[in-house]
Design a protein around this ligand. Structure first.
Ligand SMILES: C[S@@+](CC[C@H](N)C(=O)[O-])C[C@H]1O[C@@H](n2cnc3c(N)ncnc32)[C@H](O)[C@@H]1O
Length: 187
């Protein structure tokens, strides 16, 4: 199978998350990333996972229980733009965003540029030094280009002394494939 954005994201997350870390899944969906994070941080770590749909919470809870991974996770039915209401520490190692809509659900309930940017801003605040953000950004298709453009415009102006931003695109693939972005908090 060819490499895809999910593989790029998982490799980056794995390189930067250790046992005992505090991490955030900002877009829980059907819980694949939440389970991955829960297994990486282990029983001494903790995962905060956000979604605005009850269906996402229910599916993720089932997946975590089936995999004996429910004890170190808090599933929060709220937008990621409100993450600071729930997370008071500034020692988060990793925040994972997988934008867009819940697969096999209503495509109109999806991430939106303004709340996505606010959530990225709040993530940058609560990351520890050398903490990272992984973003899978979609373009074209149902979600259009608006969110991708807003995120790119925001990231392009981030202070390069404080944050490293790396964009990975599948340059020769057709149909506007998803893009993976790595952010590293340097200081
Ligand atoms: C592509 S899915 C995420 C896939 C997921 N990471 C997985 O492993 O299955 C995007 C999710 O973002 C959620 N979402 C949309 N707006 C949100 C917001 N403001 N805060 C948190 N989640 C949001 C959607 O409900 C949807 O479930």
């Amino acid at each position: 199978m060819k490499i895809n954005t999910t593989t790029l994201a998982k490799n980056f997350i794995k390189e930067n998350v250790s046992n005992g870390d505090i991490v955030i899944d900002a877009t829980m969906g059907r819980g694949n990333d939440t389970l991955f994070l829960s297994q990486l941080v282990g029983k001494d770590g903790f995962v905060y996972a956000f979604d605005i749909q009850q269906e996402a919470i229910d599916d993720t809870k089932t997946k975590l229980i089936q995999n004996n991974s429910y004890n170190n996770v808090s599933l929060i039915l709220d937008g990621h733009e409100n993450m600071d209401k729930y997370i008071k520490d500034n020692n988060v190692s990793c925040v994972v965003f997988n934008f867009g809509y819940l697969p096999k659900a209503n495509h109109n309930i999806c991430t939106k540029p303004d709340s996505s940017i606010l959530a990225i801003q709040k993530s940058l605040q609560i990351l520890k030094k050398k903490g990272v953000i992984s973003l899978c950004v979609y373009q074209g298709g149902d979600t259009g280009f608006e969110e991708k453009e807003a995120i790119f415009n925001f990231l392009k102006d981030l202070d390069y002394n404080k944050y490293t931003v790396i964009v990975s695109e599948f340059f020769n693939r057709p149909n506007y494939p998803p893009i993976h972005i790595k952010i590293i908090k340097e200081i």
